[in-house]
Structure formats: structure tokens, C-alpha cells
Design a protein around this ligand. Structure first.
Ligand code: A3P
Length: 274
């Protein structure tokens, strides 16, 4: 308990989920747990919504899935994720699906790594900061300062290009999910070891559409997360390639220096000529 309290008190910044190393290391995993890992703004709330709907078809607990229900059915391995949702981890349906923004750790039994183009992530994160942290600076200033504490390329490299890779890791790209959501979800369910009918997959995807989730945000809020500036939606654009409209020449230069190599490694670009 004292260790838990120390963990809570020592992580006061907004990105504590990145750094809750103690919490993650002391968490009790089952060997069939799957953790959805992503850098923030890579689409994990969407994925969580779809999977929560699928779990809810089995446990029949909620009339409809909103942000809070999805935070309970697919909880984050963080102090907020566990304590604020008041979930009983041992009563969760098996195999459990959990969520984390952690850097690489060997603690996680099975990992679905959700990857999104770092340039779109950067733009999305900028609006996230405007919404939740009342950020007033420019996009260029935001990108030049490491506000998140950990950069996108650092996170991606730690999970995908690390020497001691997790043995059971499924890589899913946000952009592929946008193109063919059902294909991605079926792949994930197989990896997780969760049975689900074709009709249920279709239904879960429909219930988690961009429009439905935005409606839910506007109607019931963001669950355990405070709403921040309501003029900016959390469920904001939901598209790929928006960086092309948002980044000017100078921003592109900065971002290329930071993320260029990893964008090539992860297949988003063939060379530095973009
Ligand atoms: P944008 O800000 O580019 O719109 P995370 O949940 O990991 O923080 O990711 C947030 C991003 O996922 C936001 O991107 C958000 O709009 C997008 N997103 C959320 N729900 C979505 C959905 N149903 N379909 C597509 N994208 C979605």
C-alpha cells in the first residue's frame, strides 16, 4: 500500500501513465492478458471502444458503451485507470484486455502495439494539449519542446526496434484500421484468444464509429478524464494524413529531424524526400 501511495504521489504531471514504472512492474498479470500499447493519440480510445463493445456482448453489463464503461472493460494499467474506475481486476472476463502507454517492458505477456504516423500524432497531441492543458503556443513551439516527456520515435523504437523484443507482439497500424477496421479487429481477436461472431464484430465497429463516439463524448463526457476545453473535441478528426494541411515548411523541417528515420523504418515514408 505504501508503495502504491508513493507511486501516486511521485507522478503528478499529466503524463504520469508514461512513467508509472513501479505500478506497471508491480501489477499482477495473467499469462493470457493482452495489453494494448500505444503512444498517446494513436487511436487507442477507438480500439478500446470497439473491444469494450465486444466484451459487453459477453458480459451484458451495460446498455450502451460510453467512455466510462470502456475504461472499466479495458482498463489502463495506471493509478487512475485502476483506482478511479474502481474495477475489480480479478473479476474481469478472461482473457483480460488492458491498456498502457508504457515504454518497452518485458512484464506484459502479450502486446498489441498500435502505431500511427508520428506526424498526425504530433498534430493530434497539439490539440490535446490545447484541450486539456490550455496550451496557447504555436504548433512549431509545441513540436520543438518535448512536452510529452517522451517522443514518438523513442516510444516506437522502444517497442518495435528494440533488441529484446516482446515475444508475443502484434503490430496494428491506425491507418490500416481506418481502411479496413473489421480485418484488423478479427486479427486482434485471434491474437487475444477471444471468440466473437462475425455479426458481433460488425455491430461493435458500428457502435464505435467516429460519429457515435463523438456523440457519446458530447452527451456523457470522457469518463474518468475531465472534459477540458469543450470547444475542442477529443474525438476530433479521425483521419490520416491531416499533417499535410497543418504543417508548414518550418514545422516539417523540425519534425523530419526528430522523426524522419523512424517514419522510414516503420514504413510511413520510403526516403527523406517528403
Ligand atoms: P485526431 O486528433 O487526429 O482526430 P487516442 O485515443 O490514442 O488518444 O487517439 C486519439 C485520436 O484517435 C484522435 O485523432 C481521435 O479523433 C481518433 N479517434 C478516436 N475515435 C475514433 C474513431 N471512432 N475513428 C477514427 N479515429 C478515432
Amino acid at each position: 500500500m505504501i508503495k502504491f501511495l508513493k507511486t501516486i504521489l511521485s507522478h503528478k504531471n499529466h503524463n504520469k501513465t508514461f512513467f508509472e514504472k513501479d505500478f506497471i512492474e508491480n501489477f499482477k498479470y495473467f499469462s493470457d492478458d493482452t495489453i494494448i500499447v500505444s503512444y498517446p493519440k494513436s487511436g487507442s480510445t477507438w480500439l478500446r471502444f470497439i473491444l469494450s463493445n465486444i466484451i459487453n456482448f459477453k458480459v451484458k453489463k451495460y446498455k450502451e458503451i460510453d467512455f466510462l464503461c470502456s475504461q472499466k472493460l479495458v482498463p489502463a494499467i495506471s493509478t487512475d485507470g485502476i483506482f478511479k474506475t474502481k474495477i475489480n481486476l480479478n473479476k474481469m472476463i478472461r482473457p483480460r484486455i488492458l491498456r498502457s502507454h508504457s515504454l518497452h517492458t518485458e512484464q506484459f505477456p502479450k502486446v498489441i502495439y498500435l502505431l500511427r504516423d508520428g506526424r498526425d500524432v504530433m498534430v493530434s497531441y497539439y490539440y490535446h494539449f490545447k484541450k486539456f492543458n490550455n496550451y496557447k503556443g504555436s504548433l512549431l513551439e509545441f513540436m520543438s519542446n518535448n512536452y510529452s516527456g517522451i517522443d514518438w520515435h523513442e516510444h516506437v523504437n522502444s517497442w518495435l526496434y528494440n533488441q529484446s523484443n516482446t515475444s508475443e507482439l502484434l503490430l496494428i497500424k491506425y491507418e490500416d484500421l481506418l481502411n479496413d477496421t473489421k480485418r484488423g479487429i478479427i486479427k486482434m481477436l485471434k491474437f487475444i484468444g477471444m471468440e466473437c461472431s462475425d455479426e458481433e464484430v460488425d455491430k461493435a465497429i458500428k457502435l464505435s464509429s467516429f460519429e457515435k463516439m463523438q456523440l457519446s463524448e458530447n452527451k456523457s463526457g470522457l469518463g474518468i478524464v475531465a472534459s477540458g476545453n469543450r470547444e475542442i473535441n477529443f474525438i476530433r478528426k479521425g483521419k490520416k494524413g491531416v499533417w499535410q494541411d497543418e504543417l508548414g515548411k518550418t514545422e516539417i523541417k523540425v519534425i523530419k529531424e526528430l522523426l524522419g528515420n523512424t517514419l522510414i523504418k516503420s514504413g510511413y515514408e520510403k526516403s527523406e524526400n517528403w
